[in-house]
Write a protein that binds this ligand. Structure first.
Ligand SMILES: NC(=O)c1ccc[n+]([C@@H]2O[C@H](COP(=O)([O-])OP(=O)(O)OC[C@H]3O[C@@H](n4cnc5c(N)ncnc54)[C@H](O)[C@@H]3O)[C@@H](O)[C@H]2O)c1
Ligand SMILES: O=C(O)C(=O)C[C@]1(C(=O)O)C=C[C@@H](O)C=C1
Length: 323
C-alpha cells in the first residue's frame, strides 16, 4: 500500500504542521504541499521557510484536490475548520489530524466529513515547548509513537496508507479507541503539563524577594517544570477544555496519592516515602531502557540537550492562536 500522496493539505502550520511538511518532503512522501493558516503573518513565515508549494488563508481552497488533509491547529479550532473544508474535500481523500485529544475530535469533525472521505484521527506523541512555523524539524517524529483512532467504516486500505505515511516519517504507529487514548494521555501528558503550569504559577505568586531566590537557585528540577510550562497556552487551554472528563478522573487519583504522600511527610513516615521513591525510580529506569533503541535518533533534539548554566531561551511565536 503506497504511503505516497499527490497533494498534502496542512491546515495550521505551527510546530507539528511544519515538522510534517519537512519530514514528508525529506522522505519524498508527497508531490505538492498546500498550507492554510488564519493569519497572513504566519503564512508569510511559512513561505519564507519554504515549507510548502501553495499558501492560502482559505482552508477550503487548500484542501481542493488533496488526497491527504491533516488538521494541525489547536483542537478548539477544529469544528469551524471541518465545517469550512467539508464541501471542498475530494471523494477518496483521507482526513486526519494531530490533536492531543481524540474523542472530542471524533465528535466535532466526524459529522462534517462527507461520505466517501476517510476520517482517521491521529496524534503524534512528539513535541516540544516551542510553537510556530519556525519551531518544526524533520526528525521530530523519528522513534516516536503516533496513535491513530480510525473511525467506523474506514476501509483498512486507507488506514494502512496513513500508517505507512507516519512510519515513513520515522514513527511507530498504534491504532486504538479514541476514549482509551484520552484516558492514557490524560495521565502521561495532560496532567504533567497541568502540574508544571501549577508549580510555576505558585512560584510566580510568591513574594518578590522569595521569587528572586527561587529563580537564582533553581536547579534542573524546577527548570524542567519551566520548560513544560512554557508550552503553547492556546493549545493547552484547548486540551483541558476538550479532555475534561479523563483529566478530572486522573486528577482525582493523583490527589488521593498526593494526600497519602502529604500524610507520610507530616507523620515522618520514612519507610512509606522510601518505598514510593524506590518504585518510581524503577519506572524511570524501565522507560529509559525501553527507549534505548531509539536513543540515537533522539540525541540532539532541541528540548533534550543537557541543562546549561543559562536559562533555556523560550522562543515566542505569539502562541497557537496566531494564524
Ligand atoms: N506541541 C506539541 O508538543 C504537540 C504534540 C503533538 C500534538 N500536538 C497538537 O498539534 C496541534 C498543533 O499544535 P502545535 O504545537 O503545532 O501548535 P502551534 O501553536 O505551533 O501551531 C498551531 C498553528 O495552528 C494554526 N492555527 C491556529 N488557529 C487556527 C485557525 N483557527 N485556523 C487555521 N489555523 C489555525 C496556526 O498556523 C498556528 O501556527 C494541536 O492540536 C496540538 O494539540 C501538539
Ligand atoms: O516534549 C514535550 O515538550 C511535550 O510536551 C510533548 C507532548 C507530551 O506531553 O509528551 C505534548 C503534547 C502532545 O500532545 C504530545 C507530546
Amino acid at each position: 500500500m503506497s504511503a505516497h500522496f499527490k497533494k498534502l493539505a496542512l491546515i495550521g502550520i505551527g510546530l507539528i504542521g511544519s515538522s510534517i511538511a519537512l519530514a514528508a518532503r525529506r522522505q519524498g512522501l508527497v508531490e505538492v504541499i498546500s498550507i492554510a493558516t488564519r493569519r497572513q503573518e504566519t503564512l508569510d513565515e511559512a513561505r519564507e521557510l519554504n515549507l510548502g508549494d501553495i499558501y492560502t488563508l482559505d482552508a477550503a481552497e487548500a484542501v481542493r484536490g488533496a488526497d491527504l488533509v491533516i488538521l494541525c491547529a489547536p483542537v478548539g479550532a477544529y469544528a469551524a475548520l471541518a465545517e469550512a473544508i467539508a464541501p471542498a474535500l475530494e471523494p477518496g481523500a483521507i482526513v486526519s489530524d494531530v490533536g492531543s485529544v481524540k474523542e472530542h475530535v471524533v465528535k466535532v469533525v466526524g459529522p462534517h466529513v462527507p461520505a466517501g472521505v476517510h476520517f482517521i484521527p491521529g496524534h503524534p506523541i512528539a513535541g516540544t515547548e516551542h510553537s510556530g512555523p519556525s519551531a518544526g524539524f524533520a526528525e521530530l517524529f523519528a522513534g516516536r509513537w503516533c496513535v491513530l483512532t480510525p473511525t467506523a467504516g474506514v476501509p483498512q486500505a486507507a488506514t494502512d496508507r496513513l500508517v505507512g505515511f507516519w512510519q515513513a516519517m520515522g514513527s511507530m504507529v498504534e491504532c486504538m479507541d479514541a476514549a482509551h487514548h484520552d484516558m492514557v494521555l490524560a495521565i502521561t501528558s495532560h496532567i504533567p503539563h497541568l502540574i508544571a503550569y501549577n508549580i510555576v504559577g505558585t512560584v510566580a505568586d510568591l513574594e518578590a524577594d522569595t521569587k528572586s531566590e527561587v529563580i537564582k537557585f533553581s536547579a534542573s528540577g524546577f527548570r524542567d517544570f519551566t520548560r513544560i510550562a512554557a508550552s503553547d497556552p492556546v493549545m493547552w487551554r484547548d486540551v483541558f477544555l476538550t479532555n475534561r472528563d479523563a483529566v478530572l478522573e486522573m486528577l482525582g487519583r493523583f490527589n488521593e496519592d498526593l494526600s497519602r504522600l502529604q500524610r507520610a511527610v507530616r507523620t515522618g513516615d520514612g519507610p512509606a516515602l522510601e518505598a514510593l521513591f524506590t518504585r518510581t525510580r524503577a519506572i524511570r529506569r524501565s522507560i529509559i531502557n525501553a527507549g534505548q533503541e531509539t536513543a540515537a535518533a533522539d540525541f540532539g533534539r532541541p528540548h533534550e540537550q543537557p541543562p546549561t548554566p543559562e536559562p533555556t531561551p523560550v522562543r515566542d511565536h505569539g502562541g497557537g492562536d496566531d494564524a
